[in-house]
Design a protein around this ligand. Structure first.
Ligand SMILES: [Fe+2]
Length: 158
């Protein structure tokens, strides 16, 4: 059981909606689209296209899009469905609980055009947003807390 379905189960969210939104939320990166609004637009378009092709209803497609739209929690945006809160939480945990912040720099993916100083500043900001704005369940914030503190002190030393 993946972390997304585990959280979905705990809070009574629709697991299929959560899994599909996790799969599609940044799907346009596959074609090299890296920034919003293009990343969001193309990802939503692809979600609709693929789900429709596989016989999902308009309401099911909309539920997945509703989870995806606010998942970055940028600029005061907040998920407005339980599935959206699970997606945002799982997205934050995928950044905080893995080697995400190290791998991004090492493989030059996303961070390709940044200087190291720019990358550190960007990462520190994103780490804060992941921990403080994207995790919607206390239990999971507590689980992520040590990794959050470690990441923060790691990047703060540069
Ligand atoms: Fe993500």
């Amino acid at each position: 059981m993946g972390i997304r379905t585990k959280i979905a189960d705990e809070v009574g969210a629709n697991a299929e909606t959560v899994i599909l939104s996790a799969l599609f939320h940044d799907i346009a990166r596959v074609w090299g689209v890296q920034r919003d609004p293009d990343l969001m637009d193309k990802s939503l378009e692809t979600t609709e296209e693929i789900m429709a092709r596989h016989g999902y209803s308009t309401a099911e497609i909309q539920a997945v899009k509703d989870a995806i739209i606010p998942h970055s929690c940028r600029d005061g945006m907040k998920p407005y469905t339980e599935e959206g809160r699970v997606l945002a939480t799982a997205d934050a945990l995928a950044h905080l609980m893995t080697d995400f912040y190290f791998a991004l720099w090492e493989n030059h993916w996303l961070a390709g055009n940044m200087t190291f100083d720019d990358y550190v500043a960007w990462a520190l900001k994103k780490i804060e947003r992941d921990f403080h704005r994207k995790i919607f369940y206390d239990k999971w914030r507590k689980i992520a807390e040590r990794k959050y503190n470690d990441l923060k002190s790691h990047f703060a030393q540069f």
